[in-house]
Structures are given as structure tokens and as C-alpha cells.
Design a protein around this ligand. Structure first.
Ligand code: NAP
Ligand code: 3JM
Length: 339
């Protein structure tokens, strides 16, 4: 890759993440020579707009990647497993948003604020972590740099757009049917039970240990990103009837005691973070504050009164941006900065 502009394929371009890819590529003026918009056969005939131009969506196939330099994948794990290899064989670097390759040894799992140097260890594929993991580790990195984190207890409050375009429609439809039509029974196709006016402690499949796959992604991915397999993590992943941005209650224990003021100063200075924390004036970040924003927001910072070296906080981030498309494009920017 030595030209100054790159042929960029987006696999999953019609999806919730795919659409945000296009707007962020434009916003950040990523040097795109040609954009190749890819989706399933269901999208044949659809168009996407890039820099004001209509581009026809093409079906993702084995031969979609000739002359592609960078392939951004967000079309689900099974699609990545099936097609990423063809992109790599054609000479492209794949940055994959799915869980397909994240835990493979020769695949870097990258959040640039934490471990951007890992990007250059890639063998064709770089993985973007799960949205909830990304948002949490951006907030924890400045603290980890002061004293290693021994234990994390996290509960997530995840918005419906994290489950894709159909999930957004399901919350809209159920809400309308209940409020406007007075319905009691609504159709549940994406979520296991009604999401409107509800809170669901179930994201992705259950494992035999009683945790969900979404929760175990946070455990394994956080350890890999920090390069620290000793961190003890327990997660509860919860879906809430919010359209955009994931919120997380995070409590950590550090090896050494860190004064709250030191934590606050480190978070205030950190890249990619906005501290919004003034409990005396009831100032804290919410999902709506972070929607359409690039930064992760932190508030409700306090000493955890239940352990020796504990800190509790509230962390919020737009999971379609920093939790997915923005993080991927930041990885691509780093990649081209050194090639
Ligand atoms: P979505 O709104 O449901 O969109 C799915 C996209 O994938 C659509 O463009 C769809 O095309 C395409 N697709 C599905 N099957 C395909 C196939 N066989 N061949 C080609 N394209 C196919 O979902 P989303 O929210 O954008 O998420 C997409 C994926 O990104 C997720 O499944 C997940 O793996 C990943 N993701 C990652 C994060 C993260 O935190 N890193 C966050 C959210 C999602 P059609 O429109 O033609 O069906
Ligand atoms: C976020 O095809 C699939 O099973 C994808 C499901 C999915 C994932 C995933 O596992 O890749 C939906 C939403 C994610 C993710 O980021 O882990």
C-alpha cells in the first residue's frame, strides 16, 4: 500500500454500522480512491450515497476484492468467517467488526487509545473489539497506566441499535403499537421478549456457565487488549429500550490505592475521553449526551466503599461510532500512517 489513496470495500454497507462507516469516512476525509459498497443479495438494486454520489450496492462474493486495499467488514461473524479470507488472498487488509477472529492468536484486537502498536503485527486481519469492551477499555486505560487493574465488575445498559437495523425497527414498532394502538401482545422477532418498556438481561447466546456470549466477550477481549490475563472480570450485559449509545456501570479494584483526584486528572487528560462529573450539581453523562459523539464519556466517579482500592464510575459511548465504525476507521488511519 504505497499510493496516497486507497480502494476501500465496506461489507455490510446497508446495515446500522455500515451506514456509519460511510459518514465517518467522509467526516474524517479518509483518503478513499474508490469505495466498493457490499451487502447480501437482498440489497441488490439498493444505492448508497458517498460524497453526494449514488453508488450501487454489490453482492458480497469471493471475487469482490480485486484491487481492494482495505476491507471493512461488518456483516456478522459467519459472513466474516466465509469471506474475509478472499479479501486477504486478494492482498487487502481486513478490519473486522465481528467476533469471528477476535480471540485468534495471530489477529491483533485493537483499540488505538490502548494498544495501537499491535496493528502492525497483523497477518491480513485486524479485529475490532465488541462495542461494550471498546467503550469500557477507553475509560480504564488511563487508570491502568497508574496502577494495574486486578478486578472489574461491569453491568451494561445496551441500546437496541447494537443489535442492528431490524432491532431499531422492533423497538419503534412495539412502542407505537402499545402507545398508539393499545396493543398488549406485540411481535418479538429480534429480541427474545418485548423490548419496549422493558429491560432484558440477555444478549447473544447462553453458555453452560450461565454467562452470555456477550458477557464472555467482555471478559476475554479486555484481557487481550490490555495484554493482562490476570484481570478478573465479571460482566452482566443488559438490553434497554434506548436507540443509541451503550451505558456501563463499572467498578474496578487496582493493585495500589489511587487517590480519586489523581484518577480524575488522568481521565480529564486522556485521549478520546470526556469527563462529565460534578455530582454536587447533578452533572453526569447519559446515553443521549454521547449519541453522535466520538468521545467516550465518564461520570459518577467515586471511591468504591466496599473494597480497599476500588473506584466506581458510569461510562457512556456511542456504540455505532467509537464502539464500531469510528474505532475501525481509526485503526485504518493508523495503518496507512505507517505504510
Ligand atoms: P445490521 O444492521 O443487521 O446489518 C447487517 C449487514 O450485514 C447488512 O448490510 C447486511 O446486508 C449484511 N449482511 C448480512 N448477511 C450478509 C451476507 N451473507 N453477505 C453479505 N452481507 C451480509 O447489523 P449491524 O448492526 O450493522 O452489525 C453488523 C455486524 O457488525 C454485526 O453482526 C456484528 O458482527 C458487527 N458489530 C460489531 C459491533 C462492534 O461493537 N464492534 C457493533 C455492532 C455490530 P443486507 O442489508 O443485504 O441484508
Ligand atoms: C455485535 O453474526 C453474528 O452472530 C454477529 C452477532 C453480533 C456480534 C458478533 O458476535 O460479531 C451482533 C452484534 C457483535 C459483536 O460485536 O460481537
Amino acid at each position: 500500500m504505497n499510493s496516497k489513496e486507497y480502494n476501500v470495500a465496506v461489507a455490510g454497507v446497508t446495515g446500522a454500522v455500515g451506514k456509519v462507516f460511510l459518514s465517518i469516512l467522509e467526516e474524517r476525509k479518509f483518503p478513499v480512491k474508490n469505495l466498493i459498497p457490499l451487502a447480501s443479495h437482498r440489497s441488490l438494486g439498493k444505492k448508497v450515497i458517498f460524497y453526494g454520489q449514488e453508488l450501487e450496492v454489490k453482492e458480497l462474493k469471493k471475487d469482490s476484492f480485486s484491487s481492494v486495499d482495505i476491507a471493512l467488514f461488518s456483516a456478522g461473524a459467519s459472513t466474516s468467517r466465509e469471506f474475509a479470507k478472499y479479501a486477504v488472498d486478494s492482498g487487502a487488509v481486513v478490519i473486522d467488526n465481528s467476533s469471528a477472529f477476535r480471540m485468534e492468536e495471530n489477529v491483533p484486537l485493537v483499540v488505538p487509545e490502548v494498544n495501537k502498536d499491535k496493528i502492525f503485527e497483523h497477518n491480513g486481519i485486524i479485529a475490532n473489539p465488541n462495542c461494550s469492551t471498546i467503550i469500557m477499555v477507553v475509560a480504564l486505560k488511563p487508570i491502568y497506566d497508574i496502577s494495574p487493574i486486578k478486578r472489574i465488575v461491569v453491568s451494561t445498559y445496551q441500546s437496541v441499535s447494537g443489535a442492528g437495523a431490524k432491532a431499531i425497527a422492533e423497538l419503534e414498532n412495539q412502542t407505537r403499537e402499545i402507545i398508539c394502538q393499545g396493543k398488549k401482545d406485540v411481535k418479538c422477532e429480534v429480541f427474545p421478549v418485548q423490548i419496549a418498556f422493558n429491560v432484558i438481561p440477555h444478549i447473544d447466546i447462553f453458555f453452560d456457565n450461565g454467562y452470555t456470549k456477550e458477557e464472555m466477550k467482555m471478559v476475554h477481549e479486555t484481557r487481550k487488549i490490555f495484554g493482562d490475563s490476570r484481570i478478573k472480570i465479571t460482566a452482566t450485559a443488559v438490553r434497554v429500550p434506548v436507540f443509541t449509545s451503550h451505558s456501563e456501570s463499572v467498578s474496578i479494584e487496582t493493585e495500589e490505592k489511587i487517590a480519586l483526584k489523581v484518577v480524575r486528572d488522568a481521565l480529564a487528560r486522556a485521549e478520546g475521553l470526556t469527563l462529565k462529573d460534578d455530582f454536587k450539581n447533578a452533572v453526569y453523562p447519559t446515553a443521549l449526551d454521547s449519541s453522535n459523539k466520538d468521545n467516550v464519556f465518564v461520570g459518577r466517579l467515586r471511591e468504591d466503599i466496599s473494597v480497599e482500592n476500588g473506584i466506581s464510575m458510569w461510562v457512556v459511548g456511542d456504540q455505532l461510532r467509537k464502539g464500531a465504525a469510528l474505532n475501525t476507521i481509526q485503526i485504518a488511519e493508523e495503518l496507512i500512517s505507517r505504510t
